[in-house]
Write a protein that binds this ligand. Structure first.
Ligand SMILES: Cc1cc2nc3c(=O)[nH]c(=O)nc-3n(C[C@H](O)[C@H](O)[C@H](O)COP(=O)(O)O)c2cc1C
Length: 205
């Protein structure tokens, strides 16, 4: 059977959401389909207002119960960096996965990562590395982006661009005003396509 893919993300300012949409496009281009989920917000509206966070999309299911993910085979996780690591919203969700951790419900499933930071050097790669611990404890099999389909894009230094062999990425700028560039969106789409091609080599029950 074709792998069931979920793209799970948190996005305060919309950058990761744009990459999530491009990842989905890539999965579909490869002949698959993917369901988008957004991680639940944990901050009160008053604080979100002070942080100039726009309203979240209403057409993307909010993921509250980790058991929802048990029926999926493979995941693309979208992470907007906080100090080179998961934001607390993501961590709150992960910390609800004790049942899946202790029963191995996610063991042997596949996971890729895409990341957004404010700045260059702000933690795209360290966020991916920090996430490895969560993946390892759950037994997720990490699928990197690598260079096979991306060498030209990743080695092109003609303009500022997020993303790395660890996964697609974008820079939001210090004030969030920079939007994902066409090259960053292309990388995310390539990742979705390559991820689907990789996981569909496996047969799923
Ligand atoms: C509390 C906080 C901590 C952050 N830490 C970092 C950081 O360590 N490095 C960095 O480059 N950007 C940092 N940022 C910027 C976010 O990574 C950026 O807002 C995010 O990637 C934008 O993605 P989004 O539009 O999907 O929310 C931080 C933002 C906040 C609010």
């Amino acid at each position: 059977m074709a792998p069931k893919i979920a793209i799970v993300y948190y996005s305060m300012y919309g950058h990761i959401k744009q990459l999530a949409d491009a990842e989905k496009k890539g999965v579909e281009e490869a002949g698959g389909s993917a369901k988008l989920f957004q991680i639940a917000e944990t901050l009160p509206d008053e604080i979100l207002g002070k942080m100039y966070a726009p309203p979240k999309p209403t057409d993307v299911e909010v993921l509250t119960d980790p058991a929802t993910l048990e029926e999926y085979d493979a995941f693309l996780f979208g992470i907007p960096t906080r100090y080179g690591n998961f934001p607390a919203q993501w961590k709150t969700f992960i910390d609800k996965t004790g049942k899946q951790w202790s029963t191995g419900a996610f063991w042997g499933k596949y996971a890729g990562l895409f990341i957004s930071t404010g700045t260059q050097g702000g933690g795209q790669e360290s966020t991916a590395i920090a996430a490895q611990s969560t993946l390892a404890h759950h037994g997720f099999i990490y699928v990197p982006l690598g260079y096979k389909h991306t060498f030209a894009l990743l080695s092109d230094l003609s303009e500022i661009r997020g993303g790395s062999p660890w996964g697609a990425g974008t820079f939001s700028g210090g004030d969030g005003s920079r939007q994902p560039s066409s090259k960053e969106l292309e990388l995310a789409q390539i990742q979705g396509r390559a991820f689907y091609e990789t996981v569909s080599k496996v047969s799923f029950a």
